[in-house]
Design a protein around this ligand. Structure first.
Ligand code: ADP
Length: 379
């Protein structure tokens, strides 16, 4: 019984598939447009016949009625044929105009799915299809950019890993060949390379979490001046060691920012850390804290090596370094500013960079919302 039920179900499925195969033409937009046009012609002709009959019966002399009806019928047949012909032609043109871009859209989507990210479609004339085509091309452009970033990222990561790994390999080979002694000095040099690898991996992990929006941001009101002073106190030993002066220029009263204090500290430590790294001995770092009604700003200004104008637009890109050998030697991975800007933006702020040129120092300005802004806007 069970088997017969299954057979019955299978044959039912087959018959419904056959029916849907037979009705396949009806699912095509072209035939639906043609059918709609023909329906309009048919309704027009039937209405005309009915109206003409009714009017003729009331207004035409019965003697002339047969002649009149035959003339009207002939006129209607000619008109119906002409309308059907024009309707058919117009529907074919219309269907082609709609279907061609749709078909191209399907082909191009498949090509993009196959990895051809440079695929674009021609822009059709009609407004609606033009919008669809433009959105499609924008989406393809965005996908191409993401793909390009992915390829660049893999290349950069491989490149960054190669340097410390090559260093470690060199030390190990030297020790195995007996060229290098396994003394604390060599082991400490190896440890330096391992630390560099660890920092890179940590930075990458942090960057991926920040970019994926997985970092918790706890917005609250806090005094940005107090935070800046606390960070300066923490970094003072390092500043003294490198013979750098630091000046904090801030108003006497508290400046309430609306952001995450821990993340703000992280961003500022990064900016001040860079200023320390790229400022030679006896240089000066100035931290200027300002505010207006909507924002608070901390500008980290140094008298260091400066940044060439052509490098400024790229500073916040992953792995970008103005002088790769110099920053790599000092342990820089070129990710710090990328993370810092992501964090600043996640808190509703931003970071900008300025330098008058090489040897003329740099200014990195962190902007965050003023506490007055969210309070008034939520009221
Ligand atoms: P890194 O870890 O290499 O310092 P960052 O993302 O923090 O990476 O900085 C990117 C690049 O921007 C640095 O390699 C350096 O070339 C440049 N840079 C950042 N801060 C300064 C600064 N205060 N003075 C000069 N150059 C800077």
């Amino acid at each position: 019984m069970f088997r017969s039920f299954r057979r019955c179900e299978a044959s039912g499925t087959n018959s419904s598939m056959r029916r849907s195969d037979r009705m396949g033409w009806w699912r095509q937009l072209r035939w639906r447009i043609i059918a709609a046009q023909m329906l309009v012609v048919l309704v027009g002709v039937v209405t005309l016949i009915a109206t003409a009959d009714a009017l003729a019966a009331r207004t035409v002399d019965p003697e002339f009625l047969p002649v009149f009806e035959s003339a009207v019928t002939q006129a209607l047949v000619v008109a119906a044929l002409a309308a059907a012909l024009v309707g058919l032609g117009a529907s074919m043109v219309l269907a082609r105009e709609i279907l061609r871009p749709l078909r191209q859209l399907a082909v191009s989507s498949q090509r993009i799915a196959d990895g051809h990210y440079d695929e674009r479609i021609a822009i059709p004339l009609s407004d609606e299809l033009r919008d669809v085509a433009q959105s499609f091309n924008q989406m393809a452009e965005a996908l191409a950019q993401v793909e390009q970033q992915r390829i660049t990222l893999i290349g950069n990561v491989a490149h960054e890993l190669r340097t410390p790994l090559a260093g470690l390999e060199g030390y190990l080979e030297g020790m195995l060949d007996g060229v290098l002694p396994g003394d604390p000095e060599t082991i400490s040099a190896m440890q330096h390379e391992v630390r560099r690898l660890r920092r890179l991996v940590d930075d990458l992990q942090h960057l991926s979490r920040v970019e994926a929006g997985q970092v918790t941001i706890q917005l609250q009101v806090f005094d940005i001046v107090a935070l800046v002073e606390r960070i300066v106190a923490q970094l003072r030993p390092q500043l003294i060691e490198q013979s750098l002066n630091i000046i904090v220029e801030a108003p006497d009263e508290r400046i309430p920012a609306y952001a995450d204090p821990d993340r703000t500290a992280q961003v500022l430590v990064n900016l001040i850390g860079n200023a320390i790294r790229y400022t030679p001995e006896d240089g000066c770092i100035t931290l200027r804290v300002r505010s207006d009604t909507t924002h608070v700003q901390v500008a980290v200004e140094d008298t260091g090596i400066g940044i060439p104008a052509e490098a400024l637009p790229y500073l916040f890109e992953r792995f970008y370094r103005v002088d790769p050998s110099r920053s790599r030697a000092s342990g820089g991975s070129g990710i710090g500013l990328t993370i810092a800007r992501h964090l600043a933006r996640a808190m509703g702020g931003d970071i900008t960079a300025f330098s008058a040129g090489i040897g003329k120092g740099s200014v990195f300005t962190l902007t965050l919302p003023h506490s007055a802004r969210p309070t008034t806007s939520t009221r």
